[in-house]
Design a binder for this molecule. Sequence first.
Ligand code: SF4
Length: 877
Amino acid sequence: MHTTPARYRQQIDIEGDAYNAVDFHGIDPAALTRLPAVLLLLLENVLRNTQGDEREQAVSAILAWLDQGSSVAEVPFLPNRVLMHDTTSTPALVDIAAMRDYLAREGGDPSMLTPSLPVDVSIDHSLAVEAFGQADAADLNMGHEIRRNSERYRFLRWASSALPTVRINPPGTGIMHTINLEQLATVVTTQQGDDGTWIFPDMLLGTDSHTPMINGIGVLGWGVGGLEAQTVMFGMPTMLRIPDVIGVRLVGAKNEVTQATDIALTVTERLRKLGVAGEFVEFHGPGVSTLAAGDRAVIANMAPEYGATTGYFAVDQNSLDYLRSTGRGEAHIRQVERYIKQMGLWFDPARRPTYTQTIEIDLGAIGISVAGPRRPQDRRDYSETAQALTEIGHVFTSDEDKELPRYPVGLAAITSCTNTSDPRLLIAAGLLARKARRLGLKVPGWVKTSLAPGSPAAARYLERAGLLPDLHALGFDIVGYGCTTCIGNSGQLLPRVQQAMERNQARPVAILSGNRNFPGRVHPDLDLGFLMSPALVVAFALHGDAKANLREQAVQVTAEGRKIYLKDIWPSEQEVTDTLRLSQDPSDYASAFRQASHNPLWDRLEAPAGELFPWSESSNYLQPPPFAAMRNQSLLGRYTAYPLMIVGDDVTTDHISPASAIPSNSFVADYLADRGEDRRDLNVFAARRGNWKVMLRGAFHSRALKNLLCPGCPVGHTLHVPSEQIRPLHEVADLYRQEGQSTVLIAGERYGTGSSRDWAAKVLRLLGVRAVLALSFERIHRSNLIGMGVVPIKLPQSLSEGPSRLLAGDTVELDLDPAELEPRCAVHVLIRRANGATETVKATAAIETMLERDFLRIGGVMPMILDRAFNAHAPAA
Ligand code: SF4
């Protein structure tokens, strides 16, 4: 047994200043040396933020984790800040604004609903690639973005004035994770308490699954749903089951041609094969020290792709070098170093902590890679795209266009925080472009090219390196600083490619430096995509055929007939290092960010003032959602339910609540057109997340989704079983509601995978779905369902196929007694078949913590926040 310590606070002196810090000295030192770094950080957080019995129990539970390398115990976690982007923050802030209204109506004080933690919002998800291949593309795209989103952006400006703890980083400042790396993360932070100044590790939660990117520089943080973020920003800790920790031991060093992207894709492949699902991952071993912090951030970024909650690298000299290279002050860097070393948190390549499971990866064995064409874990050698596309197969029904390949590169996008935040990757792409340009190579006319760096600092070092003209010569002009193609805002394909696709003459492929390539992710009409490093994106763009084997085939043939191979233009490690040394100026980061923050288009938007937001009935972007005025509306209880839909495996949050363009011929478009909108310019669903009426109609509006309840029914429709009518989902949900009939949703494996999209849970609540019964759930979506009061239930595998599968006409009977509901408790599901036969299956409540149980008892996160705001005002008894 481990001993429980008696005191946890110490005073430490850093550079002549005295600080309060957590004291580990009372804890068994042997146990401390065996704990993974991520659990040491959780231990620090628990010691600092809890008291009394709760603290003693949490400390004991973390130490007891060492016995099995696993635990079912839960501990509270309270970060010091929250990160959001425009499409997750808008609905969260709309919820807060609507809750303020409710509070005011009921006689409360709306200002009580102000986040107690700092919240940084980046407006990065709405930029689309409309202009490209021209020097002013970024300005043009920014103009379109602000015009199209002005109403939503005015609301965000209102939020930043009404909620003093919310800071908005306007369009053009960059992608949230890049800004976090370059500007926001302190690694070690200080805060004034009642008892003096505390110093502690910077920790955060973000409403985006790629938040773990910040783990690359030693800051612990991960992605949560918007609803979980709402609880945290109002000062309630999130309850966390002490995670299993997978140790990835890195050995060797990357070779001359390998880039960080290749390592990230390899880690993704290996960890997915291991079956990682929600665990924390921690990198250790001697190979870690060979990686720059920029490389580590690329690897950490892809945590959701390898199934993990985090991908953590502890702080070492390379982390400090990164802080220095991005312009952080020397005094702060010394403070980070002293604190991390004094607390025993400094990375030691020889340390071998206890992990739940360990794998080893030899960095020297990794070569140039791609992943796809449909999943990020399907890594291959870069020569194998043809094989991968052949495996997918396709029957073309039109003759070949002699000039256009059957699998043309439709999009070649240097995009995403993953691979555009690391200067080495962008410099490598620029150097490849330079060599290609000098040889007179050109990108074929059917390829839509774009370069969207994670922040405007990239433009500075690319310019200083003289690489912008080279990138421009190949069409890779900067299109702006935002998510663009990575989130599906890739704009239209070039007409030639679009037409060839519509004639079934060609099947265009996306080539991108992103992290996801699910069908429809980067463009609604594209279901094939390969992920790769920015330099390789340029090489594939030059070839123009996604099936090209660039190991064997020439990238292009010059006008003089010389075959140019990839090795002729691939930049070496040394070239990248030398160019970067000459072009990077640490002062760029803060000054480029500052300049972008004073965006005149943004500043000109007139924002309303006041504690309450002035809603407009005629707005098609902002409407107060009904669930923000709900108190004690639990969906638990005993009931019989029809399935509203039955769906298969791998249903993503994109399927449930799409982010992409609203189709002009859909019933959603009809609704908006009836309200005066131009059918040809309806914007994307993601931009309408402040309007629940649009989002409700957009539920499951995905061509890629199959509703097994009525195969072949139109997009976004389902079967109303009693009347056998097939109608839009929200209409069927209304019919059931009018009949007083409960509904559930039935799904297969990995339900809710993909982005951390709380609207994927909110639409279910709006549709009246009381529970989701699935074979398995993705972590963040499961938590979002609970945040909306919808019960996630894990079905046994026996229901996965064959005769036991649920069919139209079957109903389920559930008895979810609030008094008996516990984390992971058994749930008996009585299935009543359409022919009258019955069977009972033993399922499990997919509830991880007692706090989650409490949310379900009260009806979700918002009723809990409202209760606290009212209680803060309750007169003393
Ligand atoms: S992963 Fe893509 S969509 Fe997500 S924040 Fe990064 S760039 Fe944006």
